[in-house]
Design a protein. Structure first.
Length: 209
């Protein structure tokens, strides 16, 4: 049991400090002060302090999840990882993730669609690289496969490989043909293209130069 000796203002307008007689303190929202009807001189038991702390952590985590998820498109794993890195426990982080999911700020299917379209159109990624990067972001194999089938323009695979090679060639044009060929091969392999696509692309682009 502790005695609440003062309630002082914090820099955040919506928060305050609960200062106890043993020198400890809690930063919490004014809403929680009202909810628990806290006032100076009141004795507060450990369970109440624990509940206040947990509720404040939950609120802070949800706010952090909302800020992170609305700043840029994220996968569920990215949100969960970001919250645990901020020091939230796994249970509270999972609650934060569920919170933004319920409001539609995070959706793995939507993430896959927009990720694939953006990486193909702007970075000319091949299928293998799309698959690798989605897996790193916590997308399961089934969803990756289905998303690629739905959103990757497979009929334009050769076109995007060619565009990627053209872009790379501009930075290595000073090299010999053999060095260009080696650099293009490595580049297209990293970009996620198959050997056959790489071979056809390099043959086409070097014939033109």
């Amino acid at each position: 049991m502790k005695t609440l000796v003062s309630i002082s203002a914090a820099k955040k307008r919506s928060c305050c400090f609960l200062n106890f007689d043993d020198g400890s303190y809690i930063l919490c929202s004014i809403d929680l002060v009202s909810k628990f009807t806290l006032k100076k001189g009141q004795e507060v038991d450990d369970d109440t302090i624990h509940n206040i702390t947990q509720m404040q952590n939950t609120y802070d985590c949800r706010q952090a999840a909302l800020n992170y998820a609305t700043y840029s498109l994220r996968s569920e794993k990215q949100v969960l990882d970001a919250l645990t890195k901020k020091g939230f426990s796994l249970n509270i982080a999972e609650d934060g993730l569920q919170f933004v999911k319920e409001f539609g700020y995070v959706s793995n299917p939507v993430f896959c669609e927009q990720f694939i379209k953006a990486k193909v159109q702007r970075r000319y990624y091949g299928i293998d690289r799309i698959r690798r990067e989605l897996a790193l972001k916590g997308i399961d194999d089934t969803m990756i496969h289905e998303s690629i089938q739905l959103y990757y323009p497979i009929e334009s695979l050769q076109v995007y490989a060619y565009k990627s090679a053209q872009k790379k060639l501009r930075s290595i044009s000073f090299k010999t043909k053999q060095k260009q060929k080696e650099a293009l091969y490595r580049h297209l392999l990293i970009q996620g293209y198959s050997f056959d696509i790489i071979k056809q692309t390099i043959q086409s682009i070097l014939i033109e130069t």
